[in-house]
Design a protein around this ligand. Structure first.
Ligand code: NAD
Length: 473
């Protein structure tokens, strides 16, 4: 327990009303204490954000953007410190943690380049109609535990550039990198512009229902997203929901099975499968099914699973005990219904380690196929024709992402057009870019993040419609 972490309220580093342990998932042992806010501190954080709003929203947008850019630069200077803390609290291998910190820097920088757009809708015959974009007020930003830094940046960048102030609440199992970012906010931003509070899954409802919160920007599970939406209803708050997914990867029959297996494997196992847009079901033509299964199982067996802090680790532990139990239960159920080709058993060591697991011969109604596993377990399913596989891929309440693999890009793109998801990638995966909008369809989300439209989600369209007065009689 080497260092002390603090909340950030009105520019001050403050202790929590109480504390709780943060567990390193690679050891299942606590390694730090996290300050826990109570309802009074939550109210103080919202009041600080509200108090900071008039001056921050009146600050010229170029100055606000320059400060967001300065935050990115400071974060870049402290990259290795953030990356090692991220590995310790989240579990991901150090190179992936470094990638997340770099992605956070890149995202903040990209938003620092964007500006809310003012549009002249009409300017004729003395009638001038202009659509301005004004900030909303206090944004409550709530993040999950799989990418705590980058998912916070997706909200901080647009919220601040657009002129809002914030209360940020990380997930209880990965709060520390967010608190460490608080040091940079305290150093560079006016007091109250960003406030950070931590909880043990108890303060979310108070935050989303708070009358002084104008918008809730939520990333997390669909189940919690529903509660957030219900709670925001009272104040008719703006809300964006980035929720769960059950993305299909469809392999077309003109790709070499070994290449397809390699691509699908990477898409399923990065961050131990704990990605909203990880490949969560793979559909493979029957003619190459056996070969594909053998190849992807071989890749699974060869993968180095270890503490993310150890050099060479490719897959780290599951992030927390609850998720570990959930993934184990899905594997046990799948074992009864299909064939486990690789992995399947947790590692016999402390920590929440499940090796990459490949399951074949499952029916479409198996829980591992229908539910979001959010772990390093992939069902590989056989298909006969394209229309059938498109219908099966779309037979889900989720619609977040998806990938199509095919040598003939035009044909693969045609398939992509028929997948009912917010994003479908062709011959690439995880090509998330802060300048490209990202959003879920169906129960994978509401509204969106990233891109110009993601920036506009943090604004109110404000139309001023002016005509000249007729001459006095
Ligand atoms: P979760 O829904 O359990 O928790 C997310 C956050 O919500 C945490 O900060 C939690 O403390 C908070 N919370 C809990 N109860 C709340 C309530 N009643 N009101 C308000 N906030 C509350 O999600 P998780 O398990 O941390 O994350 C995994 C999920 O996130 C997966 O389903 C994954 O697909 C999804 N996710 C989606 C995206 C996306 O962009 N669509 C990105 C990453 C993760």
């Amino acid at each position: 327990m080497e260092r002390t972490f603090t909340l950030l309220i009105n520019g001050e580093a403050v202790s929590g009303a109480s504390e709780f342990d943060v567990i390193n998932p690679a050891t299942a042992e606590p390694f730090a204490r996290c300050p826990k806010a109570d309802a009074n501190q939550l109210n103080a954080a919202v009041a600080a954000a509200r108090g900071a709003f008039p001056a921050w929203s009146a600050t010229p947008v170029d100055e606000r953007a320059a400060l967001v850019d300065a935050v990115a630069a400071r974060l870049q200077e402290r990259m290795s410190e953030f990356a090692s803390l991220l590995t310790r609290e989240q579990g991901k291998p150090l190179d992936q943690a470094t990638g997340e910190v770099m992605g956070t820097v890149f995202t903040l920088r990209a938003f620092a380049q964007m500006r809310p757009e003012t549009k002249v809708l009409r300017d004729e015959g003395g009638n001038r109609v202009v659509e301005h974009r004004t900030p909303l007020g206090v944004v409550a930003a709530i993040t999950p535990w799989n990418f705590p830094m980058i998912l916070a940046a997706n909200k901080i960048g647009p919220a601040l550039v657009a002129g809002n102030t914030m209360v940020l609440k990380p997930a209880p199992t990965t709060p520390l990198t967010t608190l460490l970012m608080g040091e940079i906010f305290a150093e560079l931003l006016p007091a109250g512009v960003v406030n950070i509070i931590c909880d043990q899954n108890d303060l979310g409802p108070l935050l989303t229902a708070h009358p002084d919160v104008a918008k809730v920007a939520f990333t997390g599970s669909t189940a919690t997203g529903r509660k957030v939406m219900a709670s925001a209803a009272d104040g008719v708050k703006r809300v964006t929901l980035e929720l769960g997914g059950n993305d299909a990867a469809i392999v077309l029959d003109d790709v070499e099975p070994a290449l397809a297996a390699q691509k699908v494997f990477q898409g399923a196992m990065y961050n131990a499968g704990q990605i909203c847009v990880a490949v969560k079901r793979a559909y493979v033509p029957e003619g190459m099914y056996d070969e594909f299964c053998e190849e992807i199982a071989r890749l699974a067996r060869e993968t180095v699973v270890d503490d993310g802090a150890k050099q060479g680790a490719k897959v780290g532990p599951i992030q927390n005990a609850m998720q570990f139990e959930k993934v184990k239960a899905l594997i046990e159920d799948a074992r009864q219904r299909g064939t486990v080709l690789a992995g399947g058993d947790p590692l016999d060591r402390p920590g929440y380690f499940i090796p990459p697991t490949i399951v074949r011969d499952l029916d479409d109604d198996a829980p591992l196929v229908r539910e979001e596993q959010f772990g390093p377990v992939l069902p590989v399913l056989k298909y006969r024709d394209i229309d059938e596989v498109i219908a099966r891929a779309n037979d889900s309440d989720y619609g977040l992402g998806g990938t199509i693999w095919g040598r003939n890009v035009a044909r693969a793109t045609e398939v992509a057009m028929k997948i009912d998801s917010g994003t479908v990638w062709v011959n690439q995966h995880l090509a998330i870019d802060p300048t490209i909008p990202f959003r879920g369809s169906k129960q994978s989300g509401l509204g969106g993040e990233l891109g110009q439209s993601g920036l506009h989600e943090y604004t109110q369209a404000h139309v001023v419609n002016a005509v000249e007065l007729e001459p006095a009689a």
